[in-house]
Design a protein around this ligand. Structure first.
Ligand SMILES: Cc1cc2nc3c(=O)[nH]c(=O)nc-3n(C[C@H](O)[C@H](O)[C@H](O)COP(=O)(O)OP(=O)(O)OC[C@H]3O[C@@H](n4cnc5c(N)ncnc54)[C@H](O)[C@@H]3O)c2cc1C
Length: 397
């Protein structure tokens, strides 16, 4: 049984991981770039580790729990909650799990009303009792913003917390993303917070590669054509397979959100916090600032601090970022040095949850990728597992 997979992103690697686990070994993965991981990539520059686009693993993800060895990834965890900046003021919004001081600060100075905090507790409790399947199998389709309003949150907490926080998660500014994604991610954040691996987000695909074996990957092999029995590269090499899996959006069937992520180096921290810093100012460009090497010291090996700053959309001017950063941290931002700017087109797919995902098409090609299920590490891995299971069913393993 000879299997060809197009794309060595998380979905293609996960599909291969499950096939190998079930004794299928004759697999070739065609990857157009020179590395595995696709959107999960980490660059090493001047003693810093830079993930291409600020990303986090939510350790509660059901799919990552099935496959990844978290101990080996040496997860560096963020404290739950956020620190919000608005009109020159800090608004702490910390999870009570962070201790009594965190709870006290949030109750006294946190965003929104007392009623908002009760609604939040109720939401946390309701979601803790729903399974991930319950969330995604629900027939209701409503935007995340409408969902928050329907739950009864005040406009103040929506503006000060929910919009800035979820702008950074969905990579879009109006929270039009289906509320199923809000329910799912909020449940995941509440259960186990967020983390990055010690060696950067690329450590996730690299762990899958360690099990799969590098011999299965054909690097710099861009696929030009395929059908259910063959794959042809841009070099014109055609190879026959019993089964073909498309693990990338080669046919460009989806619209995407774009994001710009700039990394700065600084001699000192603007503030001593490991929380994600949210920008809730009016007319903002940047959504969030993360003192990433303060959370994960392995991200800087040269004694300086690494700071990640993200804004939705494509922004070429660093000055636009600096104006926002100065409004938050003041003039010391002038001492920060821009290390690298990533403008990421096609970051997160816009998903229509009314479309049913089928791992196998009528022409017999198998399909996986985040764009078919959910724009997340979990969605990419779930689709890869679903394809592997569909293949095993077809060949009766
Ligand atoms: C900026 C950003 C922030 C994100 N934040 C988070 C987050 O915080 N948490 C989270 O859970 N998820 C996050 N995600 C989403 C997550 O990274 C993706 O959902 C996941 O990595 C997608 O995996 P994939 O295999 O579906 O696709 P991809 O990663 O796109 O993999 C596709 C692979 O196919 C290859 N390929 C493409 N065309 C061809 C061809 N013609 N021939 C051969 N190979 C080809 C590509 O090079 C690539 O390696 C974020 C994504 C981005 C970009």
């Amino acid at each position: 049984m000879k299997i060809g997979i197009i794309g060595a992103g998380l979905s293609g690697l996960t599909c291969c991981w499950y096939l190998k686990k079930n004794g299928i070994n004759d697999i070739t993965i065609f990857e157009s770039s020179d590395r595995v991981g696709g959107k999960l990539t980490t660059d090493r520059i001047d003693g810093f580790q830079l993930d291409r686009g600020f990303q986090v693993l939510l350790p509660a993800y059901p799919e990552t729990k099935k496959v990844l060895d978290y101990d080996k990834l040496q997860l560096q965890r963020f404290p739950k909650g956020s620190l919000i900046y608005k009109n020159g003021k800090q608004i702490p919004f910390y999870d009570p799990e962070n201790g009594f001081t965190a709870l006290f600060k949030t109750v006294v100075k946190g965003p929104g009303t007392f009623m908002d905090k009760l609604i939040l507790l109720k939401l946390k409790f309701t979601l803790s009792r729903l399974s991930v399947e319950d969330i995604f199998n629900s027939k209701k389709t409503i935007s995340s913003l409408s969902y928050l309003r329907k739950l009864g949150f005040s406009e103040r907490i929506i503006e000060d917390f929910w919009i800035p926080f979820y702008q950074g998660v969905f990579l879009e500014n109006s929270l039009e993303t289906d509320s199923k994604m809000l329910q799912f991610t909020f449940k995941m954040f509440a259960e186990a917070g967020a983390a990055v691996p010690k060696d950067g987000m690329a450590a996730i695909p690299n762990q899958l590669l360690d099990y799969i074996g590098s011999d299965k990957i054909r690097y710099n092999a861009k696929v030009e054509h395929f059908d259910n029995k063959s794959i042809t590269t841009s070099e014109g090499e055609k190879e026959s397979f019993d089964i073909v899996v498309l693990a990338c959006n080669m046919r460009n069937t989806t619209a995407y959100q774009n994001v710009t992520n700039k990394y700065f180096e600084a001699e000192k921290l603007p503030i001593d916090t490991k929380h994600v810093i949210l920008n809730a100012n009016q007319n903002r460009i940047i959504n969030n600032v993360v003192l990433i090497s303060h959370v994960a010291p392995s991200y800087s090996q040269n004694g300086k601090y690494l700071i990640s700053v993200s804004a939705n959309g494509i922004h070429t001017k660093t000055d636009d970022f600096l104006i926002d950063l100065k409004s938050i941290f003041g003039l010391e931002v002038a001492n920060w040095n821009l290390l690298k700017s990533y403008t990421i087109k096609e970051a997160l797919p816009k998903i229509n949850f009314e479309n049913e995902y089928k791992p196998r098409s009528t022409e017999g090609v198998f399909y996986c990728g985040d764009y078919l299920l959910q724009g997340s590490i979990n969605g990419a891995m779930e689709s890869g597992r679903s394809v592997a299971e569909a293949i095993m069913k077809e060949i009766k393993i």
